[in-house]
Ligand binder design. Sequence first.
Ligand SMILES: Cc1ncc(C[n+]2csc(CCOP(=O)(O)OP(=O)(O)O)c2C)c(N)n1
Ligand code: SF4
Ligand SMILES: [Mg+2]
Length: 346
Amino acid sequence: MTYITKPKLHHPSLVKNKAGYTRRDYEGAVSTLCAGCGHDSISAAIIQACYELDILPHQVAKLSGIGCSSKAPTYFVGASHGFNTVHGRMPSVMTGANLANRDLIYMGVSGDGDSASIGLGQFAHIMRRGVNMTYIVMNNGVYGLTKGQFSATADKGSISKKGVANSDESIDLVSLAILMGATFVGRSFSGDKHQLVPLIKAAMSHKGAAFLDVISPCVAFNNHAGSTKSYDYVREHNEALNRIDFIEGREEITTQAAPAQARRRVRSRRQDRRHEARSGGPGGRRGRYRSSLRRSDPEGPAPPPQHGRGAAQHAQHARPLPRPGGARQDQRQPALTSLCWERAQQ
Ligand SMILES: Cc1ncc(C[n+]2csc(CCOP(=O)(O)OP(=O)(O)O)c2C)c(N)n1
Ligand code: SF4
Ligand SMILES: [Mg+2]
């Protein structure tokens, strides 16, 4: 059984977004994935991101390949377009769909087997072509659907459920996406929705090829001691480089008010913020989003701050891209997550 519809009843108090939809309107069918599967958390993050971006569901086109991860689009934004392609061939269909209709919001969902094994060539070419889309790999290091064989993203030295060590080097899709020309690339963890939701929102708002590698534990076949994609391992080694927030582009605020009035208004907003900080209201949790990276200036990134806290944060962002592969049991590396990179559009 792969499809169970949900009752359409909504609680009347559910808040509608600017498009007139509640969060529940962005849900899909009831998930039939294993309870605790990371893929379901990523679906929930996509639902939240679409709700917060006020997206019209019928403007979304979801495409996927084959695998548990590729089943996930059934479980979010039910009122959208969808296409479940052949294993590893989602990028070709995505490219064709983009050529036919450039007005839709394209969301590609794939697995590490789907994109890094059978579909690696397709993955490389869709990044090279700069297709306008958000491409998410739900990365669990195994072929979950076919009972847990190592995929090409499994770290060297990680141990299978049956106790066999992986002897092959892994493929790092983040590095590959950058190499092939993707203009927005990030890595996150299905268990960190505070980081993941803004990342998905930023990727969906990006014009061009946006790629997110999301580590997503498979509770059935790759969640044991010895795995480098288990919840315990990722929580222990996850080094979130920054807490991202996403700020949508807004219209410039103009006012006809006399200068004295305008100053009064600014003062009152500051007072509001001070009040929120004291009361723990919105924005009141100090430092919560301080380390976020916001880089969407079409003129290119702003120059790094030279002094103070900002300078330290810039240095943190400027760290070289992580390569999680190649870790042995005794030499494991942290699974670094965060928005790593966005190229200014030409
Ligand atoms: C052409 C072809 N070869 C092999 C398979 C068998 N197969 C189905 S899903 C899958 C791998 C899925 O792994 P992944 O993309 O990582 O998804 P997950 O289930 O882990 O989310 C394979 C090899 C297939 N369906 N079609
Ligand atoms: S087999 Fe693994 S990837 Fe597939 S649904 Fe179960 S936990 Fe998720
Ligand atoms: Mg997989």
